[in-house]
Design a binder for this molecule. Structure first.
Ligand code: TEU
Length: 537
């Protein structure tokens, strides 16, 4: 197994606009990230993934970029960014940025020129066609927007305000490669690549038999040539790591993007869980994990995450955010940090923050949710029914401000927060976590420390046991003489753990568990959401 610094890393995702506000405008900012870097370092994370902070009209919270080489004012200045990068490096940490190059903002100068006339030199920076087709976009009923001025439609995989770049145009590719060098030459340590498998479009844009299954947007012919050209022209010249956000992908296809000899990307996020599993389904989760391990291990590197800025908080979606919030947060953390692949911590996950439930659609910001709400209500459906339906998976569930303490606005801002703070901040906040030796925060810290001290958690082989147990997910990790057993009761009921005979005879000691007191009455009875890591001898 080839070793690499990034394979051993733990990534902490900073959604800066909800992280810490220092100028009172109600938005987090880069200065706020600088002031809280020691909090992230002390947790043990060593790479920060910073969500987009480039010039943008902010229709999709920075994923609609109008100036790739500037910092949007609400985040700060380029000087502040450079101070942040230095401060991260001074702590021996690394920083990766979001690369959003499938599309720009409709306010980008390139698009303003492109839409101005059919013979503008930048017309072909984007995708224009006389006729539309029946494809849906992620955020709208159609991927096409008609413009009277030139009598053609432009293509957008997301919002109308996010026109897709035409990657068939070598001038577009050169512009992007040049922009990437601009940031890499500043010293950033890599990229998280936004929906990077959508860059190539289906030739001819044929109508889809099933327009609602939007997988036609990704993994089209040409994508690997683009990424190999990007690697040859830019990526291979820097000591960085790249992670592709790759929806609609299987392990076999995934290897085409991150295979060790492919000359494309280093790692990926797949979405078989977060895009398709609304609630916890243990058998399905085990099947997905096993299939991705069998498909990738030894050939490419995977990621482990169960929430980010697009997916609601794991303790609400998959765990138990009431009776067993702390236990289930720690149980899932144990899983994410012991499964094969790179663990990602989304800000607030480390203190067990939960999803939200605001009263009205007007309390929400997410363009995906608001567009879907509008689309469904315009079909004549009852607004409250649509609202209730969208609540559970709204991306705003994870985008509310981080809870620093129990003061106004959870210590996030002295101004009016851009989105409401989760009302449970008085009970769930960093200050409380740092004062409680049994907090989720310190459990994450112990898990990360265990990982840093034991290569078996990074490079060990994985073998599931108790495969069909309806509550328990258990598996071993083995590297050389080291054999670890992870057992997780991912349920709100006690569970009996009947280990295989060979294993039950082995002596074992518990390295970490999420219950303060071991249940001495019966080691083989796991309490609700009880997690244990054993070292087997
Ligand atoms: O997300 C792609 C996207 O639409 C995800 O929400 C999707 O549901 C899944 O998580 C990936 O298949 C990226 C960004 O993360 C998101 O915030 C942006 O809105 C979107 O691209 C457009 O840039």
């Amino acid at each position: 197994m080839n070793k690499a610094w990034w394979k051993e890393a733990v990534v902490y995702q900073v959604y800066w606009r909800s992280f810490k506000d220092t100028d009172g405008d109600g938005y987090g900012d880069l200065e706020g990230v600088i002031r809280k870097l020691d909090y992230i370092r002390d947790l043990g994370a060593d790479v920060i993934w910073l969500n987009p902070c480039y010039g943008s009209p902010d229709v999709d919270n920075g994923y609609d970029i109008s100036d790739y080489r500037s910092i949007m004012p609400k985040a700060g200045t380029m000087a502040t960014f450079e101070l942040l990068l230095d401060a991260v490096h001074d702590r021996g940490m690394k920083l990766i940025m979001d690369l959003v190059v499938n599309h720009t903002s409709d306010q980008h100068p390139w698009f303003k020129e492109s839409r101005s006339s059919k013979d503008n030199p930048k017309r072909d920076y984007y995708i224009w066609r006389k006729d539309a087709n029946n494809w849906r976009s992620y955020f709208t009923p159609s991927t096409w927007e008609f413009e009277e001025r030139t009598g053609e439609h432009y293509f957008h995989s997301f919002a109308v305000e996010q026109p897709d770049l035409n990657w068939e145009n070598p001038k577009v590719r050169e512009e992007i490669y040049d922009m990437m060098r601009f940031w890499l030459d500043k010293g950033i340590d890599g990229f998280r690549m936004d929906v990077i498998n959508l860059l190539a479009k289906q030739f001819g844009f044929p109508d889809a038999e099933k327009p609602d299954n939007i997988s036609y947007l990704g993994n089209n012919p040409g994508i690997h040539e683009y990424l190999q050209e990007m690697h040859e022209n830019v990526l291979k010249h820097y000591d960085i790591f790249t992670v592709g956000e790759i929806p609609f992908v299987t392990p076999e296809d995934g290897l085409l993007y991150v295979g060790e000899n492919r000359g494309e990307l280093d790692t990926l996020f797949h979405f078989e869980v977060c895009d398709y599993m609304a609630h916890w389904d243990i058998q399905r989760f085990k099947e997905i994990q096993n299939r991705w391990y069998d498909g990738m291990w030894g050939k490419g590197w995977n990621s482990q995450f169960l929430n980010n800025h697009d997916h609601t908080r794991l303790v609400s979606r998959f765990g138990n955010d009431t009776t067993y919030r702390v236990e289930s947060a720690k149980c899932f953390a144990t899983m994410l940090h012991t499964l094969p692949g790179m663990p990602y911590i989304f800000q607030g996950e480390e203190i067990g923050m939960t999803g939200v439930r605001f009263e009205s659609i007007d309390d929400y910001n997410d363009i995906a949710m608001k567009n879907k709400y509008k689309e469904e209500v315009e079909k004549g459906r009852h607004p409250q029914e649509v609202f209730e339906e969208l609540l559970h998976l709204s991306r705003d569930n994870s985008r509310t401000p981080l809870h620093w303490d129990d003061s106004d606005n959870a210590g996030f801002t002295d101004g009016k927060p851009w989105i409401r703070v989760n009302p449970n901040y008085k009970e769930i906040n960093v200050q409380q976590a740092l004062a409680d030796p049994n907090s989720v925060y310190y459990y994450y810290q112990s898990l990360i420390r265990l990982r840093k001290e034991n290569d078996v958690m990074v490079y060990g082989s994985y073998k599931p046991i108790l495969g069909d147990h309806p509550q328990i997910y258990a598996y071993t990790r083995v590297l050389g003489q080291e054999e670890w057993l992870v057992v997780l009761n991912i349920s709100d009921q006690a569970a009996e753990m009947d280990l295989p005979d060979s294993m039950s005879k082995q002596s074992r000691n518990i390295l970490i568990t999420n219950y303060a007191e071991p249940d001495l009455n019966d080691e083989f009875r796991l309490r609700p959401y009880e997690a244990r890591i054993y070292r087997l001898k």
